[in-house]
Design a protein around this ligand. Sequence first.
Ligand code: AMP
Ligand code: ZN
Length: 460
Amino acid sequence: MRIESIALANIVHCTSYIENEKMDDKSPYLHPQYETLSHEELKKLQLERLQATVKHCMNSPFYKKRFEEIGLKPEDIKSLDDVRKIPFTTKQDLRDTYPFGIASVPLRECVRLHSSSGTTGNPTVILHTKKDLDEWANQVARNLWMVGLRPDDVFQNSSGYGMFTGGLGFQYGAEKLGMLTVPAAAGNSLRQIKFIKDFGTTAIHAVPSYVTRLYEVMQEEGVDPRKDTKLKVLAIGAEPHSEEQRKRIEQMMGVKAYNSFGMSEMCGPGVGFECQEQNGLHFWEDYYIVEIVDPETLEPVPDGEIGELVLTTLCREAMPLLRYRTRDLTRVLGRTCPCGRNHIRLDRMRGRSDDMMVLRGVNIFPIQIEKILMQFKELANNYLITLTTDENNDNMTVEVELEELFTDDFPRLLALEKEIKRRLKDEILLTPHVKLVPKGSLPVSEGKAVRVVDKRKVYQ
Ligand code: AMP
Ligand code: ZN
């Protein structure tokens, strides 16, 4: 037996545990044996899986070298706290080892590759074995089940396919749950709406900015999602969005919209998802060890405090990642939930530390601006933040689309603009320029929305 196969055997116990015939439609849980574990049971399972994963990582040239450099051996991981002995893995490490240098299995055992393109340098490559894909589908299926979907539902996946994991990730997960799954992909809204009506779609997954676009087209077509469709659930995620935007989406579409968190490096969607309580994202602790650290000191922060999310995969074969620094900022909301799951609950992401704008010494996240804009019923859903340097001063301009009704009432427009500025100043401590523009005039992307354009002379 080759060394890789022995190591694989070590983590084989994560293997797919759901079989269609075992699904109990009445149960709130798809995997009750994992979803309802107590803290102690979860910790025990995590330690076993961490130890197996670390052993398995010694097949990765990258991790082997890194462990040898600091004299760390897999046997040194004796408790869950020992995870902190392991160095962090960063996106730069993925770039430096491009394309296959972090893999812990030979390429012939891999069946899928996803890649996320960075703005500079090499893209990152994520490899999957068959079992990795199966586990990924299990996570997505678990999430969709958690929000009430069952094999009788019709699931339309209106997110990009291809390298973006939101496509295939939800496709396989929804199929695993047994739903009729429509790979509609993003865009072509008229066709989407026809599918929703003709196929009796009950659930849609899309990035939040695309859901709002879909609704606008529904309005133009005289389609009322409440009356003319069978929709009952939306899964929205892959990009930062505010609670206010979620509420708007729920009001527009007349159904609950659940936040879905994922990242290619961990697998894709499926990593964290809201339950029906909508009180934060449950991150699956049978699949990941979750740490929140201070991004400067890299020390853990107490529950409730914002920090950087660090994830260790516990069930991956092709490319396990140890203490991966996601750059996403969030905080722990709780470790229990009325839904009966004790998997950690995290707040919606503020954005990545790289998304933070520093303007005249003030740190600002796009989501703070969105939160304010979404409170004005006169405003539509699309907005764009542009940063410029004018006469040596850095400035911010917020362009936001108006609902059509208000475009020719100038005194009202001026009053509205003034009020938006005032509320933004309360939130971000600076007064940006505000431009109210007609609905449909700002660019719409079919993938993740681009919210910020930085044209400043000196990049911060
Ligand atoms: P990618 O791997 O290219 O799909 O990007 C993953 C990143 O998207 C994450 O690290 C987050 O920054 C962002 N992201 C994914 N899901 C969410 C979500 N529900 N809320 C906020 N940001 C998200
Ligand atoms: Zn819950």
